[in-house]
Ligand binder design. Structure first.
Ligand code: GRF
Length: 201
């Protein structure tokens, strides 16, 4: 049976597009049933419209507090009946109350090899630190910052000539492969969380 995927995105949505494309090409046994965004200007909205995916905008700026925003977000998440929530460039931390309600049902893509360079500007952190290899990580979301069980990682070499933007661009190509691959494994019921590790069957 096809899984019901719901994507959360805040910006340009290129990872969202990679997921849409993989579903349309029949590579992922899933339906993308909704996009939820905190940003009414997100380009991801255009991508959703083109693919005829319903959009829910929960405009963060229109809420008087983070708690009230999260309440609205939770209500939207409960209504969509998702098998999996995909954080594809969702630029906010999902609060612990929400995370606890969807254990093993939320995945994120991060543009670094976790557990290194968590948080924002991971590519900048990698360039500034001087690592020779970086990459991207798809992981389950838990209550820690970018710290949930790791599903897949891709390595990307950091070149002498790299700045934040050039590294981000090369990593992004890998994200577009790695993320759909991890979602495919989930949708095929091939991922098992054992302690803090993910076993791929
Ligand atoms: C990606 O680099 C992703 O790893 C990070 O945010 C960026 C989103 O890019 N979490 P896009 O919106 O998918 O193009």
């Amino acid at each position: 049976m096809k899984k019901r995927i719901v994507v959360l995105a805040s910006g340009r949505g290129s990872n969202f597009q990679a997921v849409i494309d993989s579903i349309q090409e029949g590579k992922i046994p899933a339906r993308c049933v909704a996009l939820i965004t905190d940003n009414p200007k997100a380009y991801a909205i255009e991508r959703a419209k083109k693919a005829k995916i319903p959009v829910t905008v929960i405009d963060y700026a229109s809420f008087p507090s983070r708690e009230m925003y999260e309440r609205a977000l939770l209500s939207a998440m409960q209504q969509v009946n998702a098998d999996l929530f995909v954080l594809a460039g969702y630029m906010r931390i999902v609060g612990p109350d929400i995370v606890r309600l969807f254990p093993g049902k939320m995945v994120n893509i991060h543009p670094a090899l976790l557990p290194g360079f968590t948080g924002l500007h991971a590519q900048r952190q990698a360039v500034n630190y001087g690592v020779k290899v970086s990459g991207c990580t798809v992981h389950f979301v838990d209550e820690s910052l970018d710290g949930g069980p790791i599903i897949l990682q891709h390595c990307v070499r950091v070149l002498e000539s790299d700045d934040e933007d050039s590294l981000a661009e090369r990593i992004l190509h890998h994200e577009h492969e790695c993320f759909p691959e991890a979602i495919k494994l989930f949708c095929e019921d091939r991922l098992e969380i054992v302690g803090r590790k993910v076993r791929i069957r």
